[in-house]
Design a protein around this ligand. Structure first.
Ligand code: AIR
Length: 191
């Protein structure tokens, strides 16, 4: 029997079996959650994307969580805004790691979603990241780090990413120092 939600899930990238599922409470969350997808693509991790709402489609959400492990998924990333129960409800139904991304889609700018995700009761963890795009990007990286425990090639790609981050800081500092030096050379005091 097909999964309730299988018909319209989107598999992105290669034909390889998706190991990460990105779930969103609304298609309107996609511009933010795309940050997670971009990082997964960068690390060559097959993933899929779907919409499911803990409130508007509770059965679909439960089915997604129930079937995830047997379909070969290893990490679930769930983003939602407002009364954001999606990652918590999914975490209640699976032993796979669940990463929650609070979306700043409400008048409370995501603080509501953050608290809903991070204040999970003892026994049902959700690895909650920052509000918004930075959180979505970090969710993708965190999923990669979890998967890298069993994947040496992926671990190498993560180390390369860290090296690129550090090189970016070195470059930014060199650019800043050159600008400051230029200002000092051009200032009246230095003449
Ligand atoms: N949402 C959808 N069902 C439950 C929740 N918490 C969230 C979505 C989105 C916000 O409600 O994750 O961030 C607004 O959704 P929409 O579809 O009305 O734009």
């Amino acid at each position: 029997m097909p999964l309730l939600w299988e018909s319209d899930r989107v598999k992105v990238g290669s034909m390889a079996q998706a190991v990460v599922c990105i779930v969103m409470g609304s298609a309107n969350d996609w511009p933010i959650m795309q940050g997670a997808a971009d990082m997964l693509a960068r690390f060559h991790i097959p993933y899929e994307v779907t919409v499911s709402s803990a409130h508007r489609a509770p059965q679909r959400t439960a089915a997604l969580a129930h079937e995830a492990a047997q379909r070969g998924l290893q990490v679930l990333i769930a983003g939602a805004g407002g009364a954001a129960h999606l990652p918590g409800v999914i975490a209640a139904e699976t032993t796979l790691p669940v990463i929650g991304v609070p979306i700043d889609s409400s008048s409370l700018l995501g603080l509501d979603a953050l608290l809903a995700m991070v204040q999970m009761p003892q026994g049902v963890p959700v690895a909650t990241v920052a509000i918004g795009k930075a959180g979505a990007v970090n969710a993708g990286i965190l999923a990669a780090q979890i998967l890298a425990l069993q994947d040496a090639d992926l671990a190498v790609r993560l180390r390369q990413y860290k090296a690129e981050l550090a090189a970016g800081v070195e470059q930014a500092d060199a650019t800043l120092q050159a600008q400051l030096q230029g200002q000092r050379d051009g200032s009246p005091a230095s003449r």
